[in-house]
Design a protein. Structure first.
Length: 637
């Protein structure tokens, strides 16, 4: 939610900015900076509270980013800057200067680097050095700022980061604080006004010129359309895009290992297929989900810090408490993904209802996952153990009733209508008649409860059947032509909006446990593309090839990676329920080509080609598992 903040105003007058632009930067440095006695070249003019790194004018803007004036070889040696960096866990330093800038300020520049220090000094002590030079009293290009922001986001993952220009303020016209403000927009999706005001509060007299303010706003306008995952013509999220257009936008934003791994594969397809596979195999999280959850926690902490700082300094134009209360009251926490942003309100409204239930629906299970994340105890009834169709929900300390043992007791009862617990259980397949005087217990012939020697043996049998049931549930959800139930459609629509508006929405997907919702998101994304993933000529190349997995090599790289990801997911989901493979493959053909009703002949041929590819994935995965088992056996020996 974007909060109402005033438009940031420049502290430089238009005449002053024009004068600065007209005078060469070297002359300004010679006449106005102070020469050897420049106050930004040492700690003499600054209070201890203004020296987060002792000896340098520096301030923590966030818990992970420090804005500071430039260090020098003299300061590094005198104040042990390297040791301070190591003690503060600062792993990277980003220099926003060009070589030779402000040569008249402070000590002479180092001849080998053109800066007041040698970057090699930091790199020799395992501190990464990055240089993104902006022209003095100017601004960088949008793509230059985006590259700097991506490097800053990567560096923050490695440890804390120090960012500096000459003075560490907006006085030099470029200000490394512009980079930090753009980083906040990139990471938190806050408004540019919020980002500028927050950085100004943390680092007074920064981002002072109109050019700097305009650069931050232009960066926000550049970033907004790149973040859209689901286009909707009727709403504010823009128009449909093709697969190649999406990948170009994605490559602008991703960085590091993720950028290399997803160069030709849409992240949304990769993540949704991984989540469906995890649910089918009974795993709690899919690959990469833990990193997204940790990222979400860091983003929420930083967002809270930004909002609290702005409220404390009375930057907002209106009182926010009434707005937040009205927003919480208007949210439907039973189905809205906004409840993940406000778990306290969710608990107040739903905790008592869930704790008093005797059985749980699939939507209830997704809410129970939130209780687990918040360390809130919850009961799991006996009925849930007998019908479990999804992944196991760990963390339940309450021992549930055993339905099989209860059924055996009912079958063995001789006239008594109560078990040892004192209540008459209502079990599937068990009919109780004439309750009162005498109860005759009869069991349907089709319902046969196996006898188990112990409770542990019964639980082992449940674990052995759980993956099959989970795979069937996921495969059925993927095979549906249209999702059943308004709740599924409503939840999927809300998650689409979250992916378009919240940077931590990937963590919401990582905890979504309803396979129907995830399958709807996957097929909807593929079908909303401006062009189908496989066009007529691509289908012809696949049909003419009878090479199975090798046939995918006839496609373009992006098409190959996308189709391969979807069909590998189909293979893994249907590995335990092959009877549903044909239906799931048919749904994949429809989503990838959108030609199911148009050309039945080509559709049948493409179905055979896809089934051959799925079979190839089955064989490949079986071989991989065999090699893995052999490797483990050798290690054990």
């Amino acid at each position: 939610m974007t909060l109402p903040v005033p438009m940031p105003r420049p502290s430089y007058s238009q005449a002053r900015e024009n004068l600065v632009k007209a005078i060469p930067p070297k002359i300004i440095c010679l006449l106005a900076c102070g020469g050897r006695d420049c106050r930004y070249e040492g700690p003499a003019c600054w209070r201890p509270s203004q020296q987060a790194v002792r000896g340098i004018f520096s301030t923590w803007v966030t818990d992970d980013i420090i804005a500071m004036a430039r260090p020098s070889t003299h300061l590094i040696q005198r104040y042990s800057i390297i040791e301070q960096f190591q003690r503060l866990n600062i792993k990277s330093i980003i220099n926003m200067q060009l070589p030779g800038e402000h040569g008249h300020c402070g000590p002479p520049l180092e001849p080998d680097s053109g800066f007041t220090y040698s970057p090699q000094v930091f790199m020799e002590n395992d501190i990464f050095f990055y240089n993104f030079g902006m022209p003095d009293f100017g601004v960088s290009s949008q793509m230059g700022i985006l590259d700097g922001v991506k490097v800053l986001a990567f560096a923050v993952k490695e440890g804390k980061v120090a960012v500096h220009c000459h003075a560490g303020l907006g006085r030099t016209g470029k200000s490394h604080c512009v980079l930090i403000a753009c980083y906040l927009i990139y990471t938190l999706r806050v408004s540019p006004s919020e980002a500028i005001h927050y950085v100004r509060i943390k680092r007074p007299r920064s981002i002072q010129t109109r050019a700097q303010i305009d650069l931050v706003f232009d960066f926000a306008r550049l970033l907004a359309p790149q973040l859209i995952q689901y286009p909707t013509v009727s709403r504010r999220h823009g128009f449909p895009f093709s697969l190649q257009q999406y990948l170009r936008r994605q490559n602008l934003l991703l960085h590091g290992v993720e950028a290399r791994a997803l160069r030709d594969l849409p992240k949304v397809v990769h993540f949704l297929c991984g989540r469906l596979t995890a649910l089918a195999l009974g795993r709690t999280l899919c690959p990469g989900a833990q990193a997204e959850l940790e990222r979400r926690a860091a983003i929420l902490d930083l967002t809270a810090e930004v909002r609290e700082t702005l409220v404390a300094k009375k930057v907002f134009l209106h009182v926010l408490n009434d707005q937040m209360n009205n927003r919480k009251a208007s949210l439907d926490y039973s189905s809205s993904s906004s409840s993940w942003d406000d778990p306290e309100g969710f608990l107040v409204r739903k905790r008592e209802v869930l704790l008093n239930k005797r059985s749980y629906s699939d939507s209830d299970l997704s809410k129970i996952t939130l209780f687990q994340d918040l360390d809130v105890p919850y009961p799991i009834p006996a009925e849930e153990f007998s019908r479990d169709m999804g992944p196991e929900v760990p963390g339940n300390e309450q021992k549930p009733a055993d339905p099989a043992q209860a059924a055996l007791k009912v079958e063995q009862c001789n006239g008594s209508s109560r078990t040892r617990g004192g209540s008459a259980p209502a079990l599937r397949g068990i009919n109780t008649r004439n309750i009162g005087k005498k109860t005759k217990c009869t069991a349907k012939k089709t319902t046969a409860f196996p006898k188990f020697r112990s409770d542990a043996e019964f639980r082992r049998s449940l674990r052995s059947t759980r993956p099959v049931l989970a795979s069937q549930a996921v495969a059925k959800a993927m095979a549906q032509q249209e999702p059943t139930g308004k709740d599924v459609l409503h939840r999927a629509a809300l998650l689409q909006d979250e992916l378009n508006e919240n940077e931590y929405a990937w963590a919401i997907l990582a905890t979504e446990s309803d396979p129907a919702v995830i399958a709807t998101l996957l097929w909807t994304w593929l079908e909303k593309l401006k062009e189908p993933v496989l066009k007529a000529e691509d289908i012809g190349r696949l049909i003419s090839s009878s090479q199975g997995l090798n046939g995918l090599g006839n496609l373009q790289k992006a098409q190959e990676q996308t189709v391969s990801c979807v069909l590998r997911c189909v293979a893994q989901v249907t590995s335990l329920c092959p009877q549903l493979e044909e239906a799931v493959v048919c749904r994949a053909v429809q989503a990838l080509t959108r030609r199911l009703q148009d050309d039945s002949r080509h559709c049948t041929a493409l179905m055979k080609a896809f089934e051959a590819i799925v079979k190839g994935f089955h064989c490949h995965d079986s071989g991989t598992r065999a090699v893995s088992k052999a490797t483990k056996a050798k290690k054990n020996k």
